[in-house]
Design a protein around this ligand. Structure first.
Ligand SMILES: NC(=O)c1ccc[n+]([C@@H]2O[C@H](COP(=O)([O-])OP(=O)(O)OC[C@H]3O[C@@H](n4cnc5c(N)ncnc54)[C@H](OP(=O)(O)O)[C@@H]3O)[C@@H](O)[C@H]2O)c1
Length: 301
């Protein structure tokens, strides 16, 4: 006897970190179809409509985004087209066809004026162009259908097996291996989130009849400075570095960034925890798992 028909899911941004984690997860009960930027371009509504009609998925998961926060200030039109206008068009196309859309937002939409973890009910205040575009995108998705879902996440890390693009953990381990000075900010605080966990929560939610806004981050917020020290200690335990180098505490101003960044964007994950019915777990578990794998998989090819 055959079981229930798997739910067909179209995943955009196929080459990105989160899409690749979904491919590795390969959750049961779903048939995943991946589309890269050239095949499903958020800037091309005609192409998106054609793909939706040809594939007829039950669910679209939009992992595609323009994530280079500093470059968003320069590439203002392009980043807005990918982070705001594109998701708006996709959300409308999905709603017209009765297809649910899951989309991702960012902690950067909060300005840091608050000092307790931000809930879904707290008021965003975007203080840079990346945040403004991502906020407009998530608002358009939620407005298009009560069935659409937005998961806000933060400080995403993991290994993308097909891209040389690297997470913060890669950058810190590389600096330690190269003997370079390591400096990290004491005035930025958020919750690191393991991409494998975010992928798993996404499919748990996709199996439920729910829509709306969720904060999807691992348990435990801390400063970049404290996170950096945790990364180095774990890298030593994993045998990647022989000793833990010193970390110099600095403030955001040290890096001479031209854009404003939030000093506090720790998201409360209480709503998602209650909805899934289990703790979301510490980011440390994901970090330790990541450090046991080849960090630079393409180097071995
Ligand atoms: N990474 C983080 O720390 C972080 C934090 C908060 C929220 N998020 C959100 O989490 C989600 C997943 O992020 P991620 O880290 O997996 O992103 P990622 O690794 O940067 O992947 C994004 C993908 O989007 C694709 N893309 C760019 N422009 C596109 C377009 N016009 N049409 C279709 N695809 C396009 C990119 O393709 P190409 O590479 O071929 O251009 C890339 O493969 C995003 O919504 C992101 O904003 C991420």
């Amino acid at each position: 006897m055959s079981g229930p028909t798997p739910k067909k899911v179209l995943i955009t941004g196929a080459d990105g970190l989160l899409a690749q984690a979904m491919k590795a997860l390969n959750p049961s009960g779903f048939t995943l179809v991946f589309r890269s930027r050239s095949e499903f371009d958020l800037q091309n509504p005609g192409q998106m409509a054609g793909q939706l009609d040809a594939l007829q998925p039950a669910l679209v998961i939009n992992t595609a985004a323009y994530n280079l926060v500093d470059k968003c200030e320069v590439e203002r039109d392009l980043s807005w087209a990918i982070n705001a206008t594109g998701p708006q068009a996709l959300a409308g196309l999905c709603a017209q066809r009765g297809i649910q859309l899951i989309h991702y937002g960012t902690d950067y939409i909060f300005d840091g004026a608050q000092r307790v973890p931000y809930t879904e009910a707290d008021q965003p205040n975007a203080i840079n162009h990346y945040a403004a575009g991502k906020l407009a995108g998530e608002q358009a998705v939620l407005a298009a259908s009560p069935h659409h879902l937005v998961l806000r996440t933060s400080w995403l890390f993991g290994i993308n097996p097909i891209r040389s693009q690297r997470s913060y953990i890669h950058a810190i381990v590389r600096q330690a291996l190269d003997g370079k000075p390591i400096r990290a900010t004491t005035d930025q605080q958020a919750a690191p989130t393991y991409v494998g966990d975010l992928a798993a929560w996404t499919f748990e939610l996709a199996a439920k009849p729910t829509g709306g806004l969720y904060h999807a981050v691992n348990d435990g917020g801390l400063s970049r400075f404290d996170w950096t020290k945790e990364i180095l200690a774990a890298a030593q335990t994993a045998g990647l570095i022989s000793a833990v180098p010193p970390v110099e505490p600095v403030t955001t101003a040290f890096f001479n960034s031209t854009i404003r960044r939030s000093t506090y964007s720790w998201l409360s994950n209480a709503k998602l925890t209650a909805s899934l019915g289990h703790p979301l777990g510490s980011w440390k578990t994901g970090m330790d798992a990541m450090l046991r794998q080849p960090l630079w998989p393409e180097a071995g090819r």
